[in-house]
Write a protein that binds this ligand. Structure first.
Ligand SMILES: Cc1cc2nc3c(=O)[nH]c(=O)nc-3n(C[C@H](O)[C@H](O)[C@H](O)COP(=O)(O)OP(=O)(O)OC[C@H]3O[C@@H](n4cnc5c(N)ncnc54)[C@H](O)[C@@H]3O)c2cc1C
Length: 492
């Protein structure tokens, strides 16, 4: 081994926000353990959501750093720049590039996500000037090119595409936005909300092409000069920006000697344990449980990745007792040009018994999903961002929202005031592992996180718990049982 470091009690693959947060938390809780981060990334962790400000030259590279430079050394966290190629789970070691073995006591997979990019069969995608935006080097490339670009094409319909269109408009570039559907963010918004985003970007100057797909990218002497659409139209441009979303980076988990269960991402329980002993997953690569629907999927968001990093750090340090409460309902807040978007819980859940209310006043759009008098999902799009964490808390604690329904619909609820006046304790808590029915309970201290028998239950999209025997409003009435209850109700 040439005296090289070849083992550590705690090994983390990936130094994104999930990986670095886990490393720092593990160091805090386990001052004596050797912690090693192995990453293929050539720079310290950066604040990925701020890359759009970097593209607008509002931030410089140094300002993207999540932590002061050198924090790893200061915290005795050893960083190895290498790619992990394989996991030998029975003998607990990794194979790094060049066949270098590295032994672990506990392993965290925080390998993040990779961009979807364009279909491999699409001609012309390798011309100079066709960029997929995902990592820092893509944005460095973009910034170098922007001063010479007059006309650009953006492909993709998610929040990333919206932000990219706004960046190009900021630089005064004539921007074509190609949408496959009729409106953007079709996974997060309904038609009304999507139309509002589309109109806002249209007013900002974007040339929007709806129901369009690129069938060819045209180049001249190796450099892009335009795209051809399925409507046989040529759009000239000097830059094509691909923002077609991302998917969990599960390639390493596919090269594990003991099969790691996956469903969209690597399946984990509420304490981020995979089905393989001593292996955890966190961040964009981990498929975690939505407490409202019991479906497993990654929450590919900055805040969620950091929170998972904290839980993973406690688990790696052998301190499950110090893990924070479960992540709770999904929650996402961002800016789409001049619009603020907040989505908490499941505003699009449609089931007998669920009431949907919408409001489109004041130049914005709100959508509420209610079950009896409790909020189970909230969507807000407009010029004002409601207090997003307070809305999340409203959903998780299950208080009656009747007294503030109008304000919620108008998007101007004063949640602090509401909570301050609230006398009643939370009606319901999010289901914790130990509140699950016996056969779905996962051992916290056991060596093997999930048994093979438990995995089909985890992977299932509907819970197996009994239907509630208590009326709505009782303290035993959890989101978990709510879902069961709705399913029961629907049965003949
Ligand atoms: C351009 C962009 C803008 C975004 N904007 C927002 C936003 O506005 N709001 C928001 O909430 N979220 C946003 N996100 C999402 C958010 O940034 C991510 O959810 C979060 O950064 C995920 O962190 P992570 O640690 O899980 O993964 P990553 O940051 O992807 O880190 C994964 C790490 O693993 C390493 N790695 C992977 N495989 C291996 C291997 N085999 N061996 C060694 N190392 C490996 C990679 O090199 C990398 O260092 C954005 C994402 C992008 C790309």
């Amino acid at each position: 081994m040439n005296g090289r470091l070849d083992r550590a009690e705690i090994v983390i693959v990936g130094n994104g926000i999930a990986g670095i947060t886990a490393a720092l938390e593990a160091r805090r809780l386990a001052p004596e353990k050797r912690i090693v981060v192995i990453t293929s990334q050539l720079h310290p962790p950066i604040h990925t959501p701020a890359l759009k400000q970097f593209a607008c030259a509002r931030l410089e590279r140094e300002q993207l750093l999540v932590h002061p430079a050198g924090i790893e050394r200061q915290q005795r966290i050893h960083v190895i720049t290498s790619r992990v190629e394989e996991i030998q789970a029975q003998s607990q070691y990794l194979l790094l590039s060049g066949n270098r073995p590295f032994h672990y006591g506990k392993l965290l997979l925080a390998t993040g996500s990779v961009p979807q990019g364009l279909p491999e069969t699409l001609p012309g995608q390798h011309f100079d000037g066709v960029l997929t935006l995902h990592r820092l080097r893509d944005y460095l490339d973009l910034r170098r090119r922007l001063p010479t670009v007059q006309e650009a094409v953006v492909i993709g319909g998610g929040a990333h595409a919206v932000e990219t269109v706004m960046t190009l408009l900021y630089w005064g570039i004539r921007t074509h936005w190609l949408l496959r559907g009729e409106y953007p963010l079709s996974r997060q918004l309904d038609a009304q909300g999507g139309a509002l985003v589309r109109e806002t970007l249209h007013r900002a100057g974007a040339i929007i092409h709806q129901g369009i797909e690129v069938v060819d990218i045209v180049g001249r002497i190796g450099v892009v000069v335009g795209v051809i659409t399925n409507q046989r139209k040529m759009i000239p441009c000097q830059l094509v920006l691909v923002c077609t979303g991302s998917r969990p980076a599960i390639e390493l988990s596919e090269r594990c000697s003991m099969p790691l269960c996956r469903q969209h991402g690597i399946l984990v329980d509420d304490l981020l344990r995979t089905n393989v002993p001593n292996i955890f997953a966190a961040g964009d690569v981990a498929a975690i449980r939505d407490p409202q629907t019991n479906r497993y999927a990654p929450r590919a968001q900055w805040y969620a990745a950091g929170e998972q990093g904290r839980i993973a750090g406690a688990m790696l340090a052998d301190r499950p007792d110090l893990t924070r409460p479960p992540l709770g309902v999904s929650w996402h807040a961002t800016h789409l040009g001049e619009l603020s978007l907040l989505i908490a819980g499941n505003p699009h859940l449609q089931y007998p018994g669920i009431e949907t209310l919408t409001d489109a006043s004041q130049g914005g759009y709100r959508r509420l999903a209610l079950f009896e008098d409790r909020l189970i999902g909230y969507l807000s799009l407009g010029h004002i961002q409601p207090d997003s964490l307070a809305i999340k808390r409203l959903i998780e604690e299950g208080h009656s929202v009747r007294p503030i329904l109008k304000a919620l619909l108008k998007g101007d609820v004063d949640a602090h005031h509401y909570f301050a006046r609230l006398q009643a304790p939370p009606v319901q808590a999010l289901p914790l592992i130990n509140s699950q029915p016996e056969r779905q309970r996962l051992p916290i201290t056991g060596k093997l996180a999930l048994t093979p028998e438990q995995l089909p239950l985890l992977a299932g999209s509907s819970p197996t718990g009994p239907s509630p025997k208590v009326p709505a409003g009782s303290s035993a009435y959890s989101h978990h049982t709510l879902w069961s209850y709705l399913e029961q109700k629907e049965r003949p």
